[in-house]
Design a protein around this ligand. Sequence first.
Ligand SMILES: Cc1cc2nc3c(=O)[nH]c(=O)nc-3n(C[C@H](O)[C@H](O)[C@H](O)COP(=O)(O)OP(=O)(O)OC[C@H]3O[C@@H](n4cnc5c(N)ncnc54)[C@H](O)[C@@H]3O)c2cc1C
Length: 462
Amino acid sequence: MNIPGFTGEAIVPGAAGYEQARRVWNGVIDRHPAVITRCHSAADIAAAVGYARDHDLPIAVRGGGHGVAGSAVCESGLVVDCSPMRAVQVDPGTHTIRAAAGCLWADVDRAGQQFGLAVPGGIVSHTGIAGLTLGGGIGWLMRKHGLTADNLLAAELVTADGERLRCGAGEHEALLWALRGGGGNFGIVTAFEFRAHRVGPTVLAGPVIWPLDAAPRVLRFYRRWIREAPDELTTIVKLARAPALPAIPRLHGRPVVIISCCYAGPVAAGARVLRPLRAVGAPLLDLIAPRPYLENQTLNDPTVPHGWYYYWKSAETGELSDDLIGALTEHTRRITSPRSYTLIFQLGGAVAEVGENATAYSHRHAAHNININAVWLPGDPDAERHIDWARGLFTAIVPHQRGVYVNFLSDEGPERVRAAYGPEKFARLQAVKGAYDPQNVFALNQNIPPPPAEIQLQPMHE
Ligand SMILES: Cc1cc2nc3c(=O)[nH]c(=O)nc-3n(C[C@H](O)[C@H](O)[C@H](O)COP(=O)(O)OP(=O)(O)OC[C@H]3O[C@@H](n4cnc5c(N)ncnc54)[C@H](O)[C@@H]3O)c2cc1C
C-alpha cells in the first residue's frame, strides 16, 4: 500500500503482524481494520490522516489501546497507531516532561523517577498516556497534584485537515481547555508536555485486606476517616474475590474488601495518617509498607492483563451512604466471576480545588468514582451472567449517581457522553469541535459532534 509521505508500517489484512496489531487490551473487541498505520512521527500521522480522508476511510486513533470500548480499532477503516512513538524527555530544571503519544505510563514513570519526578498518571502502568490524559486522568497522585489533565501544559497535534499545531499558554487555549478532559475529539495528539512533581523515590503504600463481611463496618469508618484525610493520601477501595497474586497466597478467591493507599509525602507522616485505618476490625492482611513509587505504580498490573474479556459500568457519586455500602457489599457477595471487581476511587483534594469550568473534565466535586468491572476469560460460557452482574450493581447505584467519567465509559450512547460533561460544557466542547474538526473526522471515540449551526466560542465563567 502506498501512502504518500508515510514512513511507518502499513499493515493490511493477511499481512504478518495484522492479527496482533488489531488486538486491543479488551479481548472482547474483535474488529478488522482495512489498514493499521504504525506511525513513527507526526509526519506519519499527518500522512495517514490525509490518506484516510482521500479514501473516505473512518479513522480510529490508538495510544495504549486500553479504552474499554475498543475505539482504538475500527471495522474496515484506518487505524492511526501511535504505539511506536515512545520517546520521553525529562527537564529536571523546569520540572517538565515531554512524552510522545504512544507512551505507556510505565515509560513516563520510569523516566521521571530518574530525576525524582512524577506526573500524576493512572494506577496501571500498561495504560496509554494519550487516552488517559485526554479524558482527565485519575490516580494515586491526583489529590495532591491534580489530575493528569490538570498537569498538561501543552500538546502538539495533527488536525483533521492534516495541519500540525501546538496548543498551550497563549496558543490555541480553547483547544487546550478541551483536551483537558474532552477526549480524542479535536485532533491527534503527537506529543504531550506535562508539569512534573517531586515524588518518592519511596512512598508509603499498599493494600489492607478485610473479609467482605467486615465491609459495612470498615466502609462506614472509612467514610468518616477520609473526610479529614490530607491531600497527600489517596485511597482506592476494591470489592472482589481476592485476586491470585503471590503477595496474598492464602486468600485467593475469598470475598474481600481491600483499601489500597498511597501517601505521597514523608513516610513517617503517612504512617501516622494511616494508623487508624490499619487498626479497624481485624484485617486479614496489611501490606502497607514503604516501597518504591515505581513499584506501587505496577502493583495492579497483573490483575488486568491484555486479552481477558472486560465489561465496565461506572458512576461518580457523593459520600458512601449506608445504602450505597449495602448495595456494594450485597452485590459483591453475589459476584459471578472470580475476576470481576468494583473499584471506588477517592476523589477530592486538588481535583476539587480546580474550578469546574477551568477544564473539560467535569464533576470535580464528586466524592468517589465507582467503576464496576465484569471480567472473565475467553471461552467462558457465562459471559452474559457476568455482564448482568455488573448491570445489576450499576442499577443499584444509579440513584447515587452524580455524573460519569468519560474514560470509564463503554459504548453507552450519546446521552452518557453528554452526562460526562453536562449540557453547558458539552455545548462549549461542541463549539471547539466545530472550530477544529467541523466534519467530525475524529468520530470513533466518546464523540462530541460539531454544533448543528455555527456557534461562537464564548469564554466560560469560573
Ligand atoms: C487496565 C486499565 C486501567 C485503567 N486505569 C485508569 C486510571 O487509573 N485512571 C484513569 O483515569 N483511567 C484509567 N483507565 C481508563 C483509561 O484512561 C482509558 O481507557 C484510556 O482511554 C486509555 O488510554 P489509551 O491511550 O491506552 O487508550 P486507547 O484505547 O489507545 O485510546 C482510547 C481513545 O483515546 C483517544 N486517543 C488515543 N490516543 C490518542 C492521540 N494520540 N490523540 C488523540 N486521541 C487519542 C482516541 O479517541 C481513542 O479512541 C484504565 C483503563 C484500563 C484498561
